[in-house]
Design a protein around this ligand. Structure first.
Ligand code: SF4
Ligand code: MG
Length: 272
């Protein structure tokens, strides 16, 4: 049977609101392909999002979706998963959403190793609100709130997630979109907290302020600066200043939160 991406969309919500050349549509398609390959029953999938350009993605998908408040997608998703641990819960967040106002929730979802699959659309900026810098805007890059260049240090959200306890962490870009699909599939199958960073291009709010006015300039930048982690581990590549790794960055096994919670309920009821 052939795959028709439109089967996965609420067609009455289209056309989408994203700018021409935005990378969000590429990620959304990759996510739809991953859902098709995962082949979960549609009514067992829940997609939760926060606020921002990327978080509009949830509403376009023809599943049970919840468009929540800024930075609070993970608490909503945690409640949904705890209420029914059989559900496959995906969480869509932007870089501002997940690393600033929602940063604390990200740390604790990872620490608990709750079985959620978080997809971070990282365009290095607050796109929807007009291009303010986020904690993931690299130093010296320009934003409406940093017209002379960002003076704060950014951080690697994958390393943060790993340090906090996430059991599956991967990164791809809108150029490496087959990798992105595979990471979403593998992350969904990991029985614990999975974080997949999707480095995406925002020509409107980020690129045109930073010497990459066209989508193709931005995608070329991704191609030239993403370094496969397998090559780094094999000593065949190195990560130069300003570059970043892609691929499966981290994986380990640990007890999953909702399972542990159900065990506590059984114990409290004297059922074991
Ligand atoms: Fe996409 Fe950026 Fe436009 Fe938002 S502002 S829709 S992220 S290109
Ligand atoms: Mg953003």
């Amino acid at each position: 049977m052939s795959f028709d991406v439109m089967d996965y969309f609420r067609q009455e919500t289209l056309p989408h609101i994203w700018c021409p050349g935005c990378g969000n549509g590429i990620i959304l398609r990759d996510f739809a392909v991953a859902l098709e390959r995962l082949n979960y029953p549609r009514d067992e999938v829940v997609i939760v999002s926060g606020i921002g350009c990327s978080s509009r993605a949830a509403g376009y998908l023809n599943f049970d979706t919840v468009h929540t408040t800024h930075g609070r997608a993970l608490p909503f998703a945690t409640g949904i998963k705890l209420a029914n641990p059989n559900l496959k819960v995906f969480v869509i967040m932007g870089d501002g959403d997940s690393s600033a106002i929602g940063g604390n929730h990200l740390i604790h979802a990872a620490r608990r190793n709750i079985d959620l699959t978080a997809i971070i659309f990282n365009n290095n900026i607050y796109g929807m609100t007009g291009g303010q810098f986020s904690p993931l805007t690299p130093r010296d890059k320009k934003a409406t709130t940093a017209p002379y260049g960002m003076i704060e240090q950014s951080f690697d959200i994958c390393r943060l997630a790993e340090g906090a306890g996430a059991t599956y962490v991967g990164r791809a870009t809108t150029y490496h979109n087959q990798l992105l699909t595979q990471l979403i599939i593998d992350g969904a199958q990991n029985p614990g907290f999975s974080l997949i960073e999707a480095v995406t291009h925002c020509p409107t709010s980020y690129g045109r302020r930073n010497g990459m006015a066209s989508p193709s300039d931005m995608v070329r930048w991704q191609k030239d600066n993403a370094v496969w982690i397998d090559k780094v581990r094999a000593g065949k590549a190195e990560v130069k200043d300003g570059q970043f790794t892609i691929g499966l960055l981290h994986r380990h096994e640990a007890p999953e939160f909702t399972q542990a919670y159900m065990e506590v309920i059984k114990r409290a009821r004297g059922q074991e």
